[in-house]
Every structure is written in C-alpha cells, then in structure tokens.
Design a protein around this ligand. Structure first.
Ligand code: GTP
Ligand code: MG
Length: 437
C-alpha cells in the first residue's frame, strides 16, 4: 500500500486521452491538481496529473502520469478506464526498454535501474547510481574510440603501404594496444567487483556436529539467531541470515552437523545441509580445534565435500587451546585455514577480510560500481582480441587480420552499452524488471 498510486502512460497519441481523463488544462511538465474522469463523466479520483511531451520524458515518447490516492480498487478503476481508451498494460521493464530504444539511456543505464531497485546494501545502491549516471559507459567510450583510431591508422597503412613508416607505425600501434589493454584490465577488475557487489555471496557453514557452526553464525550476525547447545545435533533446519561485509551482501547458511545418524529428523537435516553445499558460492568447514588437528579435519572435509576448491577450513574454539602458537593463518593445499573463536570473537575480522578477498573485492574503494556478469565476459573477450592483435602486429602482412581483431573488440564492447544488441539479450535484460518500470 503506497502513499500515492501512480498510473503511467507512454505512447505517441496521448492528447485525446489527456483531454478525456484529466479535467484540466495541462502544461508540459507541470503538476496540476485535477479530477480523473470516467467515461460517464463521474470522478474516479482526484490527484496530480503531469504531462511530459516527447522527447523530454523518461521513455522519449509522450508520457502522462496520474498520481492518485493509491487504494487498489480506485487504481484498478483508473487503469481500466485508460485501457478502455486504447492503452494496454505495460510488459515488465517496458518503459525502460522504450527509453533505451529511443536513445534516452544506454543499456548499462537501463540495467542500473534494475540493479538500484534490487540493491542489497547501501554501497550497492551507490554503485548502481554511478552506472545510472553513465560511469560504466563513460569508461568504455574512450576504449572504443581508441580502437577506432587504431583501425583508421591500420587501414590507411594497408591501403598505402610505405616501408619507411612501418617500423615507426608498429611501435606507435603497439603502444596504443598496450594502453587500451591496460584500461580493459582495470575495467575488468572493477566490473568483477561490481558483480560481487550486486549479487553478493552465499556461504554455507558446514562441519561436524558441535563444531560451533551456529555459534559462528550468531557471532557474524551479532544476533542470537540460531540455537546453540552443547548437545551435538542441535541444528536441523537451515538457518539463513543476511549480513553485509563492507558493502558486500552475504547470505549465511547454518546447517545441521554432518554425521551418519539414525534420527530421521537429523538425517533430513544432513540431507538439506548437503544441498546447501552445492548451491553455495563458498563453504566454511568449521572444525572444533580441541577435537581435531589439521590432518584429521582435512580428511573429514574431503569425505563430505565433493569440490574442495571453494572450502575454507575454519578452526573454531581457539580460546580453549593451550598452545596458542598453533594459531596462525595458513594455507594447506588449495585451502585457506583460519583460526577463530566464535565465543570471544577472535579471528572474525580475518574471516571477513578473507570473504571479501574470495569475492574479489580489494580494500575500501570509493568508486565502486555494480556490474553484471555479461559485462565482465564482454570486456574479457575484447581483451582477448587485443592480445591476438598484438601478436600479429609485427607482421604487416597480417594487418588485415589486426584490423579485423580490433573491429571485433569494438563490437563486443558495443554489446555492453547496447550499440550492438540482439532481441535475446534485450529480452533477457528487460524481462527481469518489474511491471511499471
Ligand atoms: N569455548 C568455546 N565454545 C564454543 C565456541 N563455539 C561454540 N562453542 C560451544 O560449542 C557447543 C556447540 O556449539 P554450536 O554452535 O551449537 O555448534 P554446532 O556446530 O552448531 O552444532 P550442531 O548444530 O549440533 O551441529 C556449544 O556449547 C557452544 O557454546 C568457541 O569458540 N569457544
Ligand atoms: Mg548448530
């Protein structure tokens, strides 16, 4: 139930509709109080009407906004009235899609609108706003024009070969390529962080019964969320909590301790825990360090975790260890090993920093943007083409191919901003919006 209910209409012939529905003489972009009329002339509601003649509107078309009192029945009546006058209900994201198709915003900005709404941390909203303001496209644009510049030079050299300038030209082009590649590389880092910032991470907390998994969840959330007892087999259902580490949204999943058991409820819990392991981006294997050493813990973890890549070994209860010298962060084979005490809070900041590192987030960086996986993939493809081009550059007989590599690189960059698109891509992007956006 909103404070106001807004009906938004976009299209090319709104003047007749406006005359019919809004009882007032509307001036462009000025809010006017008026009655919203039904066909029989009776008032459906009273509110503000704003008319944005195209192209100075969100979609670039004529747009009419009717701000009414917001009750569901009255809004429905207003909506029906407008549909009967010839409008239809908008598809999800259709306003934003029209804004894109009419050149009001580019594709990264359209995506940023959805990311802003879906943001799960304040930093993610800031990152989405930066993209909405054109920051991502603003970083791609100079790379694209750099590529155009190089193509012009190369194509001119192909058309008018001149032995004299070749060495000089190769050097200059090589320098340009290196510079553009470096720009792409830093943009790949930035967008990789952006994907993590937008999507967040899902971490499954798993391990033997009584290792302190629920205690760890409680310590990380700062709340007494999951039941903790000295009895092994306490947790059965999955306990889910969201936290936010330095802007990175993290979903924590506390699970039943893994062991063979006859208790049917606990068995179900173990089954669910295993499912969570498969779904998680990262897994904390919690170990009671008073009960197991590193070798035992590793052997245990291997038994239960099919893919040890994503696993961090978290040795808990270090407050109970007599020999503190054992406590140092280390790596064993492919795993990070981190020592903590869920009870005293020791090591928790190391564990959080470790999570940020896994997510690919480096330090507190004020210029973060949100991004999507497809941006990272396209940037990586563009970089691959530049690597190809660089290898071919010394051989001027291959310059036709170099020119083609650069053209391809430019093409994939164009898919990010939407200069180059396919219906599939647009469908995928806009169908994830909600209706009315
Ligand atoms: N001294 C100490 N005790 C801890 C620590 N973490 C957990 N414990 C104790 O260990 C016992 C088990 O803790 P839980 O958090 O319930 O363990 P769990 O892994 O969730 O257990 P299940 O849900 O049964 O699998 C409780 O008595 C906790 O108080 C710690 O860091 N230090
Ligand atoms: Mg538990």
């Amino acid at each position: 139930m909103g404070g106001v209910g807004i009906v938004r209409v976009s299209g090319s012939q709104l003047t007749a509709l406006i005359k019919d529905v809004a009882v007032a003489d509307l001036k462009p972009r000025i809010a006017t109080v008026c009655l919203f009329r039904d066909f029989d002339g009776s008032a459906i509601d009273q509110g503000l009407a704003i008319y944005f003649p195209g192209p100075h509107s969100f979609t670039g078309e004529d747009v009419l906004e009717l701000h009414g009192h917001g009750g569901p029945v009255v809004l429905d009546r207003l909506l029906n009235r407008i549909i009967q006058s010839g409008a239809r209900l908008a598809e999800p994201g259709e306003f934003t899609e029209r804004a894109f198709l009419n050149g009001k915003i580019d594709l990264t900005q359209a995506e940023a609108i959805a990311d802003l709404i879906a943001a799960r941390s304040e930093q993610a909203t800031r990152g989405a706003m930066r993209v909405l303001n054109g920051e991502l496209s603003g970083r791609i644009e100079p790379i694209s024009s750099g590529l155009v510049h190089m193509r012009v030079q190369i194509e001119a050299s192909i058309d008018f070969p001149d032995e004299e300038i070749e060495v000089h030209t190769i050097d200059a082009l090589d320098r340009d390529l290196r510079q553009l590649s470096a720009q792409l590389e830093s943009l790949i880092d930035l967008t990789q962080e952006g994907v993590a910032l937008a999507q967040g991470m899902r971490v499954a907390i798993v391990g033997r019964p009584n290792a302190g998994k629920s205690s760890l969840l409680n310590a990380l959330t700062g709340e007494d969320r999951a039941i903790v007892t000295a009895t092994p087999g306490t947790t059965r259902d999955i306990v889910k909590e969201h936290i936010n580490i330095d802007g990175l949204p993290v979903q924590l999943l506390d699970t039943a301790g893994l062991r063979d058991t006859r208790d049917p409820v606990e068995r179900e819990g173990v089954k669910r825990a295993r499912l969570q392991i498969e779904e998680a981006d990262s897994v904390f294997w919690v170990v009671d360090s008073t009960a197991q050493n590193l070798d035992d813990a590793l052997e245990d973890a291997r038994r239960y975790l099919p893919d040890l890549e994503r696993v961090t070994l978290v040795f808990n209860k270090v407050d109970l260890l007599a020999n503190r010298r054992e406590i140092q962060q280390s790596r064993v084979e492919a795993h990070s090993v981190i020592y903590i005490s869920a009870k005293t809070g020791a090591g928790l900041s190391t564990l959080k920093a470790h999570l940020l590192k896994i997510a690919g987030i480096s330090g507190a960086f004020d210029g973060r943007i949100v991004a999507r996986r497809r941006h990272v993939v396209a940037l990586q493809q563009a970089l691959d083409y530049l690597v190809l081009a660089k290898a071919r550059l010394p051989n001027s007989e291959e310059w036709e191919l170099v020119a083609e590599d650069l053209r391809q690189a430019q093409g994939v960059l164009g898919t990010i901003t939407g200069v180059v698109t396919t219906d599939d891509l647009l469908g995928e992007i806009f169908s994830s919006f909600c209706i009315g956006k």
